[in-house]
Design a protein around this ligand. Sequence first.
Ligand code: GUN
Ligand code: FE
Length: 458
Amino acid sequence: MSATDHHRAYRGDFVETPSPGKLDIFEDYRLVVNQQGFIISFKRATTDTRKDVTWDSETVIPRGSFVLPTFCDIHLHAPQYLYQGNGLDLPLMQWLDTYALKAEEQLDSDKTLARRVYRKLGQRLVKNGTGAVLLFGTIGEETNMILAEEMRDVGIRAFVGKLSMDISSQPTYMEASTQESLASAKSFISRCRALDNNRGLVVPVLTPRFVPTCSNELLEGLGKLSKEESVQVQSHLAEAHDEIDWVRRERGMEDIDIFDKYNLLTPRTVQAHCTFLSPTDLSRIHERGTSIAHCPLSNVYFSAEPFRLREAIDRGVKVGLGTDIAGGYSADIMNAMRQAVVVSRMRQGRETMEQAKSAAVKKNLAIDWKESLYLATRGGSISLGLNSGVFKAGAPFDAQMIGICDPETSGGIGALELFGYSKMNEEMIEKWWCNGDDRNRKSVWVQGKSVWGERGNV
Ligand code: GUN
Ligand code: FE
């Protein structure tokens, strides 16, 4: 260790979900973070780790609180934050024309407004415990630079997607040609990487919006660019009834076959929704190593079909959660976790009724709260190609401190009612999962740096 290195320790209870359904509670552990924000030691606090690792300062997590990995939101339309909570009265294709594209065009033409919207969004996300976010931006290169700057300044881990669109229902909101679209995508990659000094906290992502807004030439070019530049890709796949009808009619193919044909189903890809994929399609997604952003709230409004979440998890598909602002109205991944469970239980309910009528093999289509916590943390992290979401040496310290019980009064914090507290256990965490909110969040760190809480910046 060099004399200038500063190591910070955190001592208390830690909680993680390393695989679907597994919840680990580490009571009285000490986690040591180096100056670069990586965990260098995670051991029982009573073990004398000073022999191997030293630290300069120690933060004690109060009794009744625990440290959890931050949430990952792997599908969010940043410009649509402008009208979050409005306009959910239309089917997807009409909703895009009526609200989404107009809001995006407005931000591309008003940089001051774009900066205000993006700053508020970044601050809201860290307040909600989101430490990593995969964003759809707009088509405008400069507006996406503003988005990247604002996310960098908030300190969140951000994957920024400048949209690629050479077809549009809105003639004023599309790129001038396929070639210009590809050139702009390429230019944004290098500018965004430079903005972050290649630290890897703010990362560019290729973003063909969805099949209806991209020519085959554009998709082909983006598939090649992703490989050449080792850059991640995001899009929407098999999302809504009116969208899949459109693609069949206009392109004579299925979404999944088009993306596959142009090398856009790879381990670098995150596809949102996938509600209309069959179990066989999900096996293909698994073979390709592609990740899925599950956005349960938006699916209820637009998709007409629930996502086959249980089938995807059981096949080993990489899955995380997305808020899909503003197709979903909540920027809080805690809500997405609850909605994922609720939707899966309705699927299970229908299955139970069907099973009662036949001798078919019993299937379980529900997921439980612990599985949803996995999706929100480690599942999202894996989908983004990150090493976070668990506490282990070598992982970045992306974490949030959650307070459940007030140590002074022994009462619950925020909306939580407690009639006694002995220690951090599964029951306490489940209570928080059901009824907790941002009043329970005391601190948020990304890459070892405090981004919310102690600074109190919202
Ligand atoms: N498909 C193409 N664009 C969009 C969008 O902005 N939101 C959602 N939910 N789906 C889309
Ligand atoms: Fe979306």
